[in-house]
Structures are given as structure tokens and as C-alpha cells.
Write a protein that binds this ligand. Structure first.
Ligand SMILES: Nc1ncnc2c1ncn2[C@@H]1O[C@H](COP(=O)(O)OP(=O)(O)OP(=O)(O)O)[C@@H](O)[C@H]1O
Ligand SMILES: O=P(O)(O)O[C@H]1[C@H](O)[C@@H](O)[C@H](OP(=O)(O)O)[C@@H](OP(=O)(O)O)[C@H]1O
Length: 427
């Protein structure tokens, strides 16, 4: 296999279009309230087409207009993180949020993915780290923990130093802003000694750094479903304290699929740890879902190289979903569970129309963790990488297609999917 052909799969569309009255139609209306970037990322246009072919109407909510005239909605899917953070200091944003919440409160049958208070707690690392730390109690049997941390609200260095000592936090420490959303929230630092704590600027959290072999496991949760991908991550550091300049970095330089940084290149050869067990991940996701009361979130997990403990380091609201088709399937499932009165057989039709939509796609059960995926051969994988170059289709982000960084023809796009039992059975 040197140069694989790009296969055109043109599945016949299942003609399952149902004819609904307008009243039925509005019961099947799903409102989306997302940024332009997010809309592109999840390919909302394609998703709306899919839904339309099954009599589910997707509308984009205009927050500045009364929601009453845009609804009624069976489900609202949103990521209002920007608005929630801005509402702290901006009355116009607060007004938009109040209108939105007002609509939700007066329409108890509208399912909100996800509730605003649940989301708000993830925008504040003080709150989300408390949740992570409480979770340790219920997940102890699974050897799942979160690193010890400290909330910093003062700039008094001696107070910070005392707190670090009395809490027994081990160096290096990773310093993260309290606010977990927005461009500055990804700027962090690695502090190696008590003196270095002068560079921790409140409000922030100081969290013990856990050596994990530079592998991050990103778990994406969509309703009842979850899927995991591996990402680059920070390399190991010798346990401190010791004299070393504070390292400042942006989390997106080290943990995006395409990240390539000296901070993620291991200094030593260490055996690769097996990925977290499926059962432990299921337990983690189940507990988190119940604890957060959310359907669309992500959790970042690392494996401690010394104790092999699964360590939760971050929880994200509605993160960038890596495999778009997988996401559509899972989201459809979530919408169905939330009473769109559709049957599970919708899957095959949606799957077929997705294939139709991507009629110049090869769908492969392939994930970033290639060595753990016995169903695809390394030569095929390499050949696919070589064959593709030029820019990705505008509807997708680089993250979703990270393994195909070099594209040749915009019409020949390869859809790389993680192994999904439902997809394989459909195939
Ligand atoms: N306690 C820790 N021990 C070891 N590495 C850590 C720890 N916390 C964070 N990291 C590293 O720093 C990166 C960024 O951390 P974190 O996920 O908290 O940032 P973020 O900006 O909230 O990320 P996201 O883009 O997912 O929102 C992680 O991907 C990981 O490489
Ligand atoms: O695509 P991945 O690598 O999973 O990264 C996500 C981050 O983990 C999230 O923190 C981002 O959300 P915020 O923009 O709310 O920080 C999220 O932003 P998004 O809502 O724009 O997708 C992503 O950057």
C-alpha cells in the first residue's frame, strides 16, 4: 500500500423523512447558541442538514432578540462561556444572560444543554478544583485522584509560602489563573522553589505538578457517550524544590493535537504507560456527569508515572470535539435521550446521510493513539498521511483533522474517526 485511493462512498439516503404538522415540528426544534468558531468547529450546517432530513429543525438563537419568538425549543445547546464571564463586569452581557435564563425558567420542558449554574462552576478554577478534589473520595477504589492544590487570593509572598508549606504541596508547582475561560486563562507557569512563588499572581491556583510521561488523555463527554484521545503534554520534571527559572507557557502550546514544543519532549527514555482502563474511565465519567449535572464537557486525565494513579487535572465546558462524525452521532443520541421522540433507528439514516454528505471521504476507524488500534495498519496510516496535502476544508478545524496536516485536494478529505462500536456495526 503506497498510495491509497480516496474512495467515494455514496450511500443511498434512507428516505425516512417524516411529515410533521407545525406543532410537531416545533416540539422538534433544537436551538443552538454558539460562537462562530464553535459553529464551524462542530459543523453546525452539516448537522442542521442531517436533522432536517429527520424532521428535526435546527435554529441558531439570536440572543439579542426575544427567545419566545424564536422557539419553542425542545432542546437548547449552547456555549455561553464568554457571556457568563463578561457578565461579571458588563451589564449588557448580564442582561442577555438574564433574558436567556428567563426563557429557560418559564419553559421547564426545554432541555438546556447545559444549565448555566453548572457551567459557571467550571469557569472558576476555585470551584472546579473543589469538585475534582471531592470526586477523589467516590473514585478512590479506581485509584483516581487530583493533585493537591491551593487557592491564591493574596499577593503577600510570605503568606503564599506559608500556605504552600502547611498544605505540603510538592514542587514543581503549576500556576493557573482562577478564571478558566478566555485568552489569558491558558497562560500558566511552572514554579520550582519558594522564591519562585513571587511570580504567582492572584487570583490563581497552585497545583502540584505530576510527572506523567508527556501524555494527556482527553476525554470528551457527550451525554451518555464518551470518547478519549491522546494529546501531547508537559514533559517530566525532577521533583523540587530547586533553583530554576520559572517557566511561562500557554497551555495551547503544549496540549493541542498539533502542539510541538520543547516542553513536551521527554529528556529521558521512559517506558510508555498503558492508557487508562476503560472501566475506570466509565466510572470517572459517570461520577462527573452526576456531580456536574452536565451533558457536554471534557475531562483531562494524566497517569502518574510513579504510582500509575489516574489524575484529573482539568474539566472543560463543551470542548472542541475531535471527530466530527462521532460528535454528531453522540449529540444526536443526546438529543434523542432528551425526548425528541425519535427512535434509535435514526442512527442508520443519519450515518448514511453523513456518508453521503462526505461523499468524497474515506471513513476509517482510526484514532490518534495508533499503536493501541490494531484494526488499522501502520503502512496504511502512513500512506494516508503522505497522500494528503494542502489546506483542510473550511468546515473543519485543524484539531479535528490533526493527523492529516498535509492536504492535497480539498475534495479529497479523509475523515478520521476514533473506533466507535456503533459505527463499526453500521459499516
Ligand atoms: N498538575 C499537573 N501536573 C502535570 N501537568 C499538568 C498539570 N496541570 C496541567 N498540566 C499540563 O498543563 C497543560 C494545561 O493544563 P490545563 O489543562 O489545566 O490548562 P487549560 O488551559 O485549562 O487547558 P484546556 O485547553 O484544556 O482548557 C496540561 O495539558 C498538561 O500538559
Ligand atoms: O479542542 P481542545 O483541545 O479540547 O481545547 C478546548 C479547550 O480544552 C477548552 O478549554 C476551550 O474552551 P474555552 O475557550 O472555554 O477555554 C475550547 O474552546 P472551544 O469552545 O473554542 O472549542 C478548546 O480550545
Amino acid at each position: 500500500l503506497t498510495r491509497p485511493q480516496v474512495i467515494s462512498i455514496a450511500y443511498p439516503l434512507h428516505n425516512q423523512q417524516r411529515h410533521c404538522s407545525s406543532a410537531q415540528m416545533s416540539r422538534r426544534r433544537v436551538g443552538f447558541c454558539l460562537s462562530d468558531k464553535k459553529r464551524r468547529q462542530i459543523n453546525l450546517v452539516a448537522f442542521a442538514e442531517l436533522c432536517a432530513s429527520h424532521s428535526v429543525e435546527v435554529v441558531e438563537i439570536d440572543l439579542s432578540q426575544p427567545l419566545e419568538s424564536q422557539g419553542p425549543f425542545a432542546v437548547i445547546v449552547h456555549k455561553l462561556s464568554d457571556v457568563i464571564v463578561k457578565a461579571e463586569y458588563d451589564s449588557q452581557s448580564q442582561q442577555l444572560l438574564d433574558n436567556f435564563q428567563g426563557y429557560v425558567s418559564t419553559h421547564p420542558h426545554t432541555v438546556l444543554l447545559d444549565p448555566l449554574p453548572a457551567m459557571s462552576q467550571l469557569l472558576d478554577r476555585f470551584a472546579s478544583y473543589r469538585i475534582m478534589s471531592q470526586l477523589q473520595n467516590s473514585l478512590r477504589d479506581w485509584r483516581i485522584s487530583s493533585p493537591p492544590y491551593l487557592e491564591i487570593s493574596t499577593s503577600d509572598l510570605s503568606v503564599i509560602q506559608q500556605d504552600v508549606e502547611s498544605k505540603g504541596l510538592s514542587f514543581p508547582l503549576i500556576c493557573k489563573t482562577r478564571v478558566a475561560h478566555g485568552s489569558c486563562s491558558h497562560d500558566m507557569s511552572l514554579i520550582f522553589s519558594m522564591a519562585g512563588l513571587s511570580e504567582a499572581h492572584p487570583p490563581c491556583v497552585l497545583q502540584s505538578f505530576v510527572n506523567h510521561g508527556a501524555v494527556l488523555h482527553k476525554v470528551f463527554v457527550v451525554g451518555e457517550d464518551h470518547f478519549t484521545v491522546e494529546r501531547p503534554s508537559l514533559k517530566n520534571f525532577p521533583p523540587g524544590p530547586y533553583e530554576r527559572k520559572t517557566i511561562f507557557f500557554n497551555s495551547h502550546q503544549v496540549s493541542k493535537p498539533e502542539s510541538c514544543s520543547h516542553l513536551t519532549a521527554l529528556d529521558e527514555k521512559v517506558p510508555r504507560l498503558p492508557p487508562p482502563s476503560g472501566e475506570a474511565m466509565v466510572a470517572l465519567v459517570r461520577e462527573l456527569r452526576a456531580e456536574l449535572g452536565m451533558a457536554l464537557f471534557g475531562v483531562d486525565v494524566i497517569v502518574n508515572i510513579n504510582t500509575h494513579t489516574l489524575t484529573i487535572i482539568d474539566i472543560n465546558i463543551f470542548p472542541g470535539h475531535w471527530a466530527i462524525l462521532h460528535f454528531h452521532l453522540s449529540l444526536t443520541d443526546t438529543l434523542i435521550q432528551n425526548d425528541l421522540q425519535s427512535s434509535k433507528s435514526l442512527y442508520s439514516a443519519i450515518f448514511a446521510s453523513m456518508l453521503h454528505f462526505h461523499s468524497y471521504s474515506i471513513s476509517c476507524s482510526l484514532s490518534s493513539s495508533l499503536p493501541h488500534q490494531p484494526h488499522i495498519s501502520v503502512p496504511l496510516f502512513q500512506a494516508m498521511r503522505e497522500c494528503l496535502s494542502s489546506s483542510p476544508p473550511s468546515s473543519v478545524t485543524l484539531s479535528q483533522y490533526w493527523t492529516t496536516r498535509n492536504w492535497k485536494s480539498p475534495r479529497q478529505h479523509v475523515l478520521l474517526l476514533p473506533l466507535h462500536p456503533r459505527l463499526t456495526s453500521e459499516l
